[in-house]
Write a protein that binds this ligand. Structure first.
Ligand SMILES: [Zn+2]
Length: 364
């Protein structure tokens, strides 16, 4: 991954001609590499978006500005495209022109805040959760103490979690509900097609050289790794298909990192880590519970906040026995559900992440 990062920055360094240059935000005046801009509108029930894709362009930064009820965001959409999005819950009007490699966008009659606050008559839509039990079928995942298979433990916890969440009114989908092999690429794609609000990938850990003393809970969110060990664990979990990625896809992993999504995923990771740890500690000792950043492949393609939970180490005999027990599995599932509730209750301003355009993204 280090090599990749280097290549990525190397590309940026020698690509000055591709940079966009923002002169002002209202109106938006922006110098662009060419006049090659695609404009389109995305409409659905609660979002209206005016989108501009600037081809062969790079933005050094993610920009976010609010104009009344309209939100402007400018970000790297993929390695070659900078995307500008104006979004609001109401339709609005804008003018734009492209001349001499300058894009100018003016917002017309900004919608004023209505005097009466409209009464909420519609119930809040059901939140959609996708649970992803890692591995399955021909891929056992980690094989730990007493030949306990990771694929079995994660499925058992996933089924328990599904039940709890459904009872609380969530809409829940599992990427697999049987001992079945699913390609790593299919998992985030599945979550995207279900328009999930959250994606949770469940795993168990295996220690280096099967060191028996290592134990504990780790919750990961997608980001460049914050430690060597985090990178190692990501490598183990990525093994199955990262090797098949071409350069473009590898680049996409890096450029896809979207500030909004990372921030939300990080908050979500802490909520879940804290709730699992406090559930477990009602009955057992838990020496270590951490949140970490790592480049897990399964998290890169998701358009919603996503975390990966390493529930414990199967190479630690004590922890493996616990992980295989129904009681411990229930505590973990309960903890995750509590973390989800906490996340939604504190995220009153929970917004649709920038990347959630309505175009299929699996091609990336
Ligand atoms: Zn795994």
């Amino acid at each position: 991954m280090k090599k990749l990062l280097f290549l990525f920055f190397f590309t940026l360094l020698f690509a000055k001609d591709y940079y966009i240059h923002i002169k002002s935000f209202a109106p938006l005046i922006i110098k662009i590499p060419s006049n090659n801009v695609k404009h389109f509108i995305i409409k659905d029930k609660d979002v209206y978006k005016e989108v501009f894709d600037i081809k062969n362009a790079i933005t050094p930064k993610f920009y976010k500005k609010r104009f009344g009820k309209i939100l402007l965001r400018i970000a790297q959409f993929n390695p070659k495209v900078v995307r500008i999005v104006y979004s609001s819950n109401k339709k609005f009007n804008l003018n734009y022109s492209i001349q001499n490699k300058t894009l100018k966008i003016t917002l017309n009659n900004l919608p004023k805040k209505s005097k009466k606050t409209p009464k909420k008559t519609l119930p809040a839509p059901k939140k959609i959760i996708v649970i992803d039990p890692g591995h399955g079928g021909k891929d056992p995942g980690g094989i730990g103490y007493n030949k306990i298979y990771e694929k079995d433990i994660v499925l058992q916890v996933a089924l328990k979690l599904k039940k709890i969440l459904q009872n609380q009114g969530y809409k829940v989908y599992l990427t697999r509900s049987k001992d079945k092999f699913i390609d790593l690429k299919e998992r985030p794609h599945f979550a995207n097609t279900k328009k999930a609000d959250l994606f949770i990938s469940l795993h168990c850990n295996i220690a280096y050289h099967h060191k028996r003393n290592i134990q504990g809970l780790e919750v990961y969110y997608l980001s460049p790794a914050d430690s060597k060990r985090a990178l190692e664990i990501a490598k183990q979990e990525n093994q199955e298909s990262l090797g098949n990625l071409n350069f473009k896809e590898q680049m996409a992993i890096l450029t896809f990192l979207n500030t909004d999504k990372i921030m939300l995923s990080k908050t979500f990771a802490f909520d879940v880590k804290n709730s699992i740890a406090s559930e477990i500690r009602k009955f057992y000792s838990l020496k270590r519970a951490e949140v970490r950043a790592a480049p897990f492949y399964v998290l890169t393609g998701t358009q919603m906040p996503a975390i990966l939970i390493e529930m414990g180490y199967l190479t630690n005999p004590k922890e493996a026995k616990k992980l295989a027990s129904k009681k411990y599995q229930k505590l973990i599932a309960k903890g995750i559900a509590k973390g989800i509730n906490k996340f939604f209750s504190t995220k009153t301003k929970f917004k649709i992440p920038f990347s959630q355009s309505h175009k299929p993204s699996h091609s990336r």
